[in-house]
Write a protein that binds this ligand. Structure first.
Ligand code: ZN
Length: 371
């Protein structure tokens, strides 16, 4: 799903209804498919950028374009290879091996003009960028996915640590389930058929924040180690909160993210290879983005309202499956749910601008009596 929102409407960007669906398709996220699906949009975006927009009252609007999404979609649209590649960063030229060297500083140093002229000038770029009319500093990382994915890493590192100390057994799993119950988070472990690796519930955003703040790590680790990890988690929670706060000072935030990375690598167990692309972005690029986009604040670029919108669409229109466009196996001939969604949104928008429905005279009922 691709939506657009008007950033100047920043006080209302948290509501899904202010994010308007412009492209919706049930297939996978793939460069070749997106190139076709986005063709018309790209043409319109170029025109909007160059010529602006004239509204029905004759006012002319200058348009500045921004982009925000999760990592995978952003990388595809930028023509960049996958997040686990050697050159993974959309904004700078760091390589995986350089991540552990804390003496190096990383700033946005790529430009969309260079990518537009010759994408091969930066290592890791394997295709032309799709949205090459949007300046790279306006490709803004999404706070929601930064929180989700870094919390995943912190949680996985805890499980890995239990495994490495041979304390990963039924007892540890029972303790985790008990503790999750205490903090009111639904959580399960299970084994898939033919596998000996325990799977566990993938938590939703709100639950992740609860775990991050309230999970009692001393149930799993010796006291001193639990305090150490708890401190790292608390500091990450505060960073995430500050990232969304309009009043956060970019310089102070940069000091805090750097201190957090030092703490991450100093906690005896975590290594440079545990630093993920999202951690790199949080430490080095979010402070820059806070400074550049201080007019809107980074929360304005959050994908959380879009995730909510997606959830609403799936529950209202798709009835369980999204794989076939919502028609369902037995729904041959029935209108696709995608059309339903787009028509519904168009009507909402129409009646938002026109209260024509009030001016329609209700039909008069005539009763004809015959003798
Ligand atoms: Zn970078």
């Amino acid at each position: 799903m691709i939506i657009f929102a008007i950033l100047n409407n920043k006080n209302n960007l948290y509501y899904p209804e202010n994010h308007h669906t412009i492209i919706l398709y049930p297939g996978i996220e793939k460069y070749e498919i997106l190139q076709v699906a986005l063709e018309q949009l790209i043409i319109e975006l170029r025109t909007l950028k160059e010529k602006g927009l004239k509204d029905h009252q004759g006012r002319e609007w200058k348009i500045e374009l921004y982009f925000s999404s999760d990592w995978k979609f952003l990388a595809i649209c930028l023509g960049l290879n996958a997040a686990n590649s050697k050159y993974f960063c959309p904004w700078c030229e760091i390589s995986k091996e350089q991540q552990g060297d804390l003496s190096l500083e990383w700033k946005i140093n790529k430009t969309i003009n260079n990518i537009h002229q010759n994408y091969k000038c930066y290592r890791g770029h394997i295709r032309p960028a799709i949205f090459d009319m949007i300046p790279l500093q306006n490709w803004v990382p999404d706070e929601l996915h930064i929180m989700l994915r870094i919390t995943d890493v912190l949680w996985r590192l805890v499980i890995d640590e239990l495994k490495s100390k041979n304390t990963w057994g039924n007892k540890a799993r029972d303790v985790i389930i008990e503790e999750m119950k205490r903090i009111n988070v639904r959580f399960h472990f299970w084994l898939e058929v033919g596998s000996s690796t325990w799977q566990y519930t993938s938590l939703m955003g709100q639950d992740k924040l609860i775990v991050l703040q309230h999970f009692n790590l001393s149930k799993l680790f010796p006291h001193s180690r639990a305090i150490q990890i708890r401190n790292l988690w608390d500091n990450f929670y505060l960073l995430h909160k500050a990232m969304k706060d309009f009043n956060t000072d970019a310089k102070m935030f940069s000091n805090d993210t750097h201190a957090w990375l030092h703490q991450f690598l100093n906690s005896d167990f975590y290594q440079a290879s545990d630093i993920t692309p999202y951690i790199h972005v949080l430490v080095y690029h979010i402070p820059e983005m806070i400074k550049i986009h201080n007019h809107f604040g980074l929360a304005a670029f959050s994908c959380s309202a879009v995730e909510k919108k997606n959830h609403q669409q799936v529950s209202y229109f798709f009835k369980k499956t999204t794989k076939d466009g919502g028609g369902g196996k037995n729904g041959k001939g029935r209108k696709s749910a995608i059309l339903d969604i787009l028509e519904h949104e168009n009507r909402m928008l129409y009646f938002y601008n026109c209260n024509e429905i009030e001016s329609i005279h209700l039909p008069k009922r005539l009763q004809i009596q015959t003798e």
